[in-house]
Design a protein around this ligand. Structure first.
Ligand SMILES: [Zn+2]
Length: 72
């Protein structure tokens, strides 16, 4: 895991609305940076970074949930 914070799985998006989430696909290494503000628009501010990781579908290989992420 890139995130070293013990609590990183339960960060609510609403608390990091001005940040971005960097996601790297575990299968093809496709890299994407997602604006948290945009994610809140889709999944709501009560969703967590862990929810986003699990829901993220790689646009390159369609692998779902198979990725690593960090908040930037
Ligand atoms: Zn991929």
């Amino acid at each position: 895991m890139l995130c070293r914070l013990a609590v990183c799985n339960v960060i609510k998006l609403g608390t990091i609305a001005n940040s971005k989430i960097s996601i790297t696909c575990g299968a093809c290494k496709h890299h994407a940076v997602l604006e948290v503000a945009n994610l809140i628009f889709v999944v709501g501010e009560d969703a967590t970074t862990h929810d986003v990781r699990q829901r993220h579908v790689c646009p390159k290989c369609n692998s779902k949930g198979n990725n690593t992420y960090k908040v930037i």
